[in-house]
Design a protein around this ligand. Structure first.
Ligand code: FAD
Length: 302
């Protein structure tokens, strides 16, 4: 396999590196302090600068304002962005939004893309991915899924209990994995503020919550969605989750090879975040950790 980077990708990497050095790292502390007060003026300003520099949503196609990079391209950029825990957010490719954008792009109806993907790509809203459940539900083994979606008229009714839905409290919509038959699961796009969606709490973690990285417990009490809320086909949930994990530039994908042309370590936002609790805040040191990441934690965990 050829891991040689194209001259264009090398040039892009240099521009992202410079942007992180010159604009993000000096303002990282301000972004975090604002976030503690649940404000985002500095972040918004940096995002506008990234957009003006042509570095916004690089994973998305040009039609959505991006650069259409594949896994290798995003892997290279994530390594640069991940030198700051707020890096990927500035470029609007932080988790869980980046992975959710890819899912909507590949598998959502035109109406859903218009309603949710377009504002998500512009950075106007955020999203969540709701799969993990309290034991004995879905966790490391998603086939333990207990949340159900049952056909009702021309739509579906979702009933279930999820937790660790990163960013779920603040999200405008959630991608929910639910069982639609004994053997099959399906992904649904659910309005976070629809009747029956209860944000129970944000679960405390060892790391300080930051940006969308707040782990929500959510109950779905008979939530009704239309048939166009289905991502892909009914029963395709596990396949979509697997495909998404392959398409995303996860830390697994950028695990070091030692080759001068391949990323030699993973400094994804996930690893940066994972290392926060272990080091004084704030810091500008790149993280060197790299561990396997679940599908919805593309850059994240999220
Ligand atoms: C910060 C954070 C963010 C997260 N964000 C999201 C999110 O946005 N959306 C979402 O849906 N989930 C999210 N998660 C949940 C996360 O993906 C799950 O924690 C993970 O999938 C493991 O599931 P579990 O916690 O239920 O552990 P379990 O499934 O109970 O596993 C516990 C341990 O047992 C091991 N184990 C389990 N089954 C087996 C087996 N059959 N054989 C051998 N070993 C086994 C596991 O490897 C693990 O070491 C997040 C978690 C964290 C910590």
């Amino acid at each position: 396999m050829d891991f040689e980077l194209s001259p264009a990708l090398r040039e892009l990497r240099a521009r992202v590196r410079d942007f992180v050095n010159d604009r993000i790292l000096p303002n990282e502390r301000l972004v975090v302090e604002e976030d503690r007060a649940r404000r985002s003026d500095v972040l918004r300003g940096l995002q506008a600068e990234a957009r003006a520099a042509g570095l916004y949503v690089p994973h998305l196609p040009v039609a959505y304002g991006g650069l259409g990079l594949g896994i290798m391209g995003m892997c290279v950029l994530f390594r640069e962005m991940g030198r700051s825990p707020v890096g990927a957010k500035v470029f609007n490719c932080d988790a869980p939004d980046q992975g959710n954008m890819d899912l909507l792009l590949s598998s959502a109806s035109e109406a859903i893309r218009e309603r949710w993907l377009a504002p998500l790509a512009r950075g106007e809203i955020t999203s969540g991915f709701s799969m993990t459940e309290p034991a004995p539900g879905a966790g490391a083994d998603p086939s333990n899924l207990r949340t159900t979606a049952k056909p009702d008229g021309d739509g579906w009714v979702i009933e279930g209990h999820k937790w660790y839905t990163t960013g779920g409290g603040d999200a405008s919509f959630l991608i929910v994995m639910a069982r639609t038959s004994p053997e099959q699961a399906t992904m649904f796009v659910v309005d976070r503020h629809a009747e029956g969606v209860e944000h129970v709490r944000d679960i405390p973690t060892l790391a300080e919550p930051i940006l969308t990285h707040r782990e929500a417990e959510i109950r779905y009490h008979g939530v009704r969605v239309g048939k166009d809320a289905v991502l892909g086909e009914v029963g395709e949930g596990f396949r979509l989750a697997q495909r998404a994990s392959c398409r995303r530039a996860s830390p697994t994908a950028c695990a070091g090879s030692g080759s001068p042309t391949a990323p030699s370590s993973c400094a994804s936002p996930t690893s940066a975040r994972a290392s926060r609790s272990a080091r004084p805040w704030p810091t500008t040191r790149p993280s060197r950790r790299c561990s396997p990441t679940p599908p919805w934690r593309s850059t994240r965990a999220t």
